[in-house]
Design a protein around this ligand. Sequence first.
Ligand SMILES: NC(=O)c1ccc[n+]([C@@H]2O[C@H](COP(=O)([O-])OP(=O)(O)OC[C@H]3O[C@@H](n4cnc5c(N)ncnc54)[C@H](O)[C@@H]3O)[C@@H](O)[C@H]2O)c1
Length: 239
Amino acid sequence: MRLEGKIAVVTGGAKGLGGEMAQLFASEGAKVIAIDMLPLTYENENVEFYQLNITNSEDCKRFFDYAIEKYGRIDILVNNAGITRDAMTRKMTDDMWNAVIAVNLTGVFNLTRLIGPQMEAIGGGSIISISSVVGQYGNIGQANYAATKAGVIGLTMTWAKEFARKGVPVRVNAIAPGYIMTDMMKTVPEDLLARFAGQTMLGRLGQPIEIAKAALFLASDEASYVTGQTIAVNGGMRL
Ligand SMILES: NC(=O)c1ccc[n+]([C@@H]2O[C@H](COP(=O)([O-])OP(=O)(O)OC[C@H]3O[C@@H](n4cnc5c(N)ncnc54)[C@H](O)[C@@H]3O)[C@@H](O)[C@H]2O)c1
């Protein structure tokens, strides 16, 4: 029970990586609030669903007030919700660019600026944001997505400094997954998925639980001296 008594918020927690993290955290003793626009695809008595579009800053504030009123504190935040709108740069529309920035960057900012200072006030916490191998190496057809996922790494290093500057152990880290089998991968053609698998040292794509376990480590006291880092969980991949 590595998260006994902890209150955790996981964005995009209805399914995929977020769903896996929410359920793993709950199995380790946390009470989890899974934020999403769509209902949960699973049932878990220790995971509460809260419907929210994280791009709306006023709704994020309403969520924050609700969570503090109900639970009194938030110990763990996982900024996991993210989207893709892929196109070659010359064909990328304003809508494609803006949609990805809004969810993957502004959404992360909206919740962290509320919850990070709250963690400072209660004496500690762990913030984990989901970047991507694409944010570390770039990828053809994903200028918008790569910009946001590299941006998450910059935010992580900045917040690790900001929220700990008063000597309070608020740890802020990112995970950069490689290609993991979730719905997000459904838009990627089979032959490309096989190519991605071949680009890893382990010769395969990843499973959601392999990301969730890295998040559990960062969320728990086992990572008490880890902050400002981006941990690659990608089977040894380089794009
Ligand atoms: N699957 C991969 O291979 C992979 C690789 C690297 C990084 N990532 C990142 O991991 C995260 C999770 O990806 P996934 O594969 O589980 O995707 P997914 O599409 O299966 O799940 C994402 C969830 O986020 C929710 N969401 C989207 N926009 C939202 C919003 N505005 N407000 C609230 N919720 C919103 C969706 O409803 C969905 O439930 C994303 O940030 C993604 O960029 C995924």
